[in-house]
Design a protein around this ligand. Structure first.
Ligand code: F6P
Length: 364
């Protein structure tokens, strides 16, 4: 690598965490130092950008973090500079703090800011770019719901947790001749439930894109019994809904980019199955186990490549771009395009077609 003019690069992790964030920070910092750049780690996502909290990053800081979960910089999904919550006695007011973000960006003498995050983070990146900041995006989310990249890092690790959890539930469900329902994450896109359910041998998978019929679920369980299978595994995405119903919203938090907090569909599905089939049913909510812990080797490799190619974009002064996986190559797309479309499971999604072909029910 040839030495270039010294640049100062900021890096932050925004939104919900996921396995692989540290691997990206390492993938950014190590080559940046080799290029003679200095790297400033901004703390707690955009909160640190608004509040002026950051620390220098060098090789020593990122050594040994490849396999560790979480983020050494901290993250937040409540720090949107354009939607900044201020607690006033017993109410919350929303303010625009984007000028503080710009002030700190300038005070830190940043030439570029690499933001590692999902859909919400990329929307903020786009607006900060319009204010004159040199933004570079790195796509993260266990949900894998950004159309502009074939894969976000974190998804493979979440799918691994879902599949291995189903493996464990399989043995106990089979021993007790029970139905076990497992609720997984996935707000509007069912990739975690589809891929995790397929890998873990679920008999029924329920996803937000396919509103389900209760009758079809009961039929599948009873048909399995006629074939001698006295247990069933159901993998349900938190955003799944019945044909005649709505997503189950557990709470709302207006401080967040997406204020809706989901949860509860697993309980409902388990209760309806028990009430309508008479089969003993249990429920497991996997929750944040899907976001914690060490990234899979696939995610470690993807994160490292994303980090390195983000630094290459900075070096080439290609701002307003997000690194993206296209086939097996790392390319880049405009952040504006990246936020224009959510990637959903479609009728022609091959994993869906294959899952149906091997007899998995989607409650259709
Ligand atoms: O977007 C990632 C995600 O893990 C969703 O699948 C889930 O609905 C949400 O974050 C949970 O967020 P929180 O940890 O803030 O409750």
């Amino acid at each position: 690598m040839s030495k270039q003019k010294v640049m100062r690069i900021g890096v932050l992790t925004g939104g919900g965490d996921c396995p692989g964030l540290n691997a990206v920070i390492r993938g950014v910092t190590k080559p940046a130092q080799d290029y003679g750049m200095s790297v400033l780690g901004i703390l707690d996502g955009f909160e640190g950008l608004v509040e002026g909290r950051a620390r220098e990053l060098n090789n020593e800081d990122v050594s040994g973090i490849l396999a560790t979960g979480g983020t050494i910089l901290g993250s937040s999904n409540k720090g949107d500079p354009f939607h900044w919550p201020i607690q006033k006695e017993n109410r919350i007011e929303i303010a625009d703090k984007s000028t503080s973000a710009l002030k700190n960006y300038k005070a830190w003498n940043l030439d570029a800011l690499i933001a590692i995050g999902g859909d919400g983070t990329m929307h903020i990146c786009n607006k900060l770019g319009d204010m004159g900041m040199n933004m570079i995006g790195v796509p993260k989310t266990i949900d894998n719901d950004l159309e502009a990249t074939d894969m976000t890092f974190g998804h493979d690790s979440a799918v691994y947790i879902v599949a291995t959890s189903l493996d464990r539930l399989h043995t106990t469900a089979s021993s007790h001749h029970r139905v076990i329902v497992m609720e997984v994450m996935g707000r509007y896109a069912g990739w975690i439930a589809l891929n995790g359910g397929l890998a873990g041998g679920a008999d029924i998978i329920l996803i937000p894109e396919i509103p389900f019929s209760w009758e079809k679920i009961y039929d599948k369980i009873l048909k399995r019994e006629l074939m001698g299978k006295k247990f069933s595994l159901v993998c349900v995405a938190e955003g799944a809904k019945p044909r005649d119903g709505k997503m189950i919203v557990k709470g709302k938090d207006i401080k967040r980019h997406d204020p809706i907090q989901l949860g509860g569909i697993g309980e409902l599905v388990a209760k309806k199955i028990e009430d309508n089939t008479g089969r003993e049913t249990r429920v497991t909510v996997l929750g944040h186990l899907q976001r914690g812990g060490s990234p899979t080797p696939y995610d470690r490799i993807l994160s490292t490549k994303f980090g390195f190619f983000a630094i290459e974009l900075a070096l080439q002064r290609k701002f307003g771009r997000m690194v993206a996986l296209k086939g097996s190559e790392i390319k880049n797309v405009s952040i504006k395009d990246a936020i224009s479309k959510q990637k959903l499971v479609k009728p022609d999604t091959q994993a869906l077609i294959a899952a149906k072909a091997i007899g998995i029910s989607f409650g259709e």
